[in-house]
Design a protein around this ligand. Sequence first.
Ligand code: GLC
Ligand code: GLC
Length: 639
Amino acid sequence: MLSVDKAIAKLIQKNNEFDADKALAAFIQTQKNLGANSVPREFLARLKAQLPTLIQQLGNVYVDYPAFELYIQNLIATMYASYNERPSALKALDQKRAKNPTWFQSQKMVGGVCYVDLYAKNLSGIRAQIPYFKSLGLTYLHLMPLFKAPPLHNDGGYAVSSYREVNPQLGSMVDLNILADELREAGISLVLDFIFNHTSNEHEWAQKCFAGDVDFQDFYLIYPDRTIPDLFEKNVREIFPEEHPGAFSQLEDGRWVWTTFHSYQWDLNYANPNVFLAMACEMLFIANQGAEVLRMDAVAFLWKKMGSDCENLPEVHTLIQAFNTIAKIAAPSLLFKSEAIVHPDDVIKYIAKGECQLSYNPLQMALLWSTLATREVNLLNQALSERNTIAADCSWVNYVRSHDDIGWTFSDEDAEKFAINGYMHREFLNNFYLGRFPGSFAQGVPFQENLKNGDCRISGTTASLVGLGQQDNFAIERILALYNIVMTTGGIPLIYLGDEVGMLNDLGYVNDEAKAADSRWVHRVAKNPLLYKEAQADKNSATAKLFNGLKHLITLRKKTKALAGGLLKTINTRNASVIAYSRVVEDESVLVIANFSENPQRINLDDSYSREMLDLVTNKHVVIQQNLTIAPYHFMWLK
Ligand code: GLC
Ligand code: GLC
């Protein structure tokens, strides 16, 4: 593969013979030859505006591809076909969003995520939950992978066998379309995964590739023996070492296939431009089903290069940008959310208007749990002051828990500034959340413990990790303290549904053959309707306290304009356990103060903050003065 610099040099050369104007003219001529009516102005205008960028992006990566001009024509034809199929309601949405492109930065945005089967059995079950989602205040709903997948082992749906069929146990494509329409009418944006790094081994492309079909033989990375795999494995990280060491899995016939994740999840070969084209087609198809946001799964791993760690390579960014340009032409209201659970320096590189407008905030997530364990806000405060700012037209998606494990992806250099050793701190956090550390309240389970290098990640529900149901009085306060940060630091707060009623770990997964080897199932728990009932019926129950507490924060957030967007300024509290920051939008501001310890803490803010303010959370006036005491796990939104 060529390096990017060389590619640019070649491209300039290439541009002399081939440019966007010619490509556009050829497309229009082809349409005429086909006897088609004129191409709609809306599509033509977008194509004209974006085509130079698209050609440049793909030219960077596929410069050596001999039939590049024809390739671009195929891509245009794909986009046009998809545009023509796009339902009118979605075309109307495209126009609406164009008038307000940063709509997702509103403080009214609140997200939820759930598995279709575990939360509501099937897609009609999810439809029936729309009134609940509305009452909770959700405006964004991520449904975990719901497309066709191998029946037994499928990584919770992350091994896709067809992007055009819904898993029959969950419903049909028609059910999905109806659901998407109803969600949109309810003001809830549907978020679906775009699992584009790999497919299942049962996908038609994989089967054809395995069988040696010439059109598909280069769709995946299959090698006859260990020579190349051994060379690559000198530098790549092991993601699921408990399942298979390294990054490759052996096929029945003895060959080796690249599998970053499970053996049945085959990595696609993006060095082959036809893979990009095929996936662009699937992407537009999913968008046309009514997904408003695509969760770009496992972005880091898309491009492979011998001698590198094969993560976050420059080509990955160029390819995602190219996908984005395609969306801008054929489905322009579509947003991308990056799932890059990597070093914070790399996470941020995916976030840009022309790449991913949204991104999970794995650093904040990990540091929330670190803060709870240490009762010290130093690292969280540092992340908020130094790593929270992103492009003004993009947003974080902040979260406490997801369907995945917790990996401790903070920067060792950042930690060193507080004389914290990264390796030892991770070891401490693992011990703490596995309940092995004296006095720990947590009930986590190890995930992918790697005895070779001591790595380990943590599984467990929010409620189990904060010790709910143990002999600890502060579990509910801890959950609310975590969600307080997620609700107030800028971006979209995302609730792992079940958290709002404190669902505990379910160890039953070990009896299920398909799940036993993957401890993440301990926190992928079937909805317990009794807890939801309890939250309504018994006001004094812990469940109701949690549910009402969270709902109160959601309601307040929506009313507090200062929480829109992402501007944030940290404020020194002169107390290791108390964090403070201000949020300002136009003429409105709030000051958030939160105590992360089970003891009352005294703070001393600068005199400039000394005055009486209204705490929006309790609706009481508070006089800010020297030596102000904050109750255990208490937090305030001061106006
Ligand atoms: C993402 C998903 C994770 C899955 C992996 C492979 O990281 O969040 O659940 O195992 O991708 O698709
Ligand atoms: C690794 C990957 C991440 C994935 C996770 C699944 O941390 O970097 O993308 O979500 O594994 O457990």
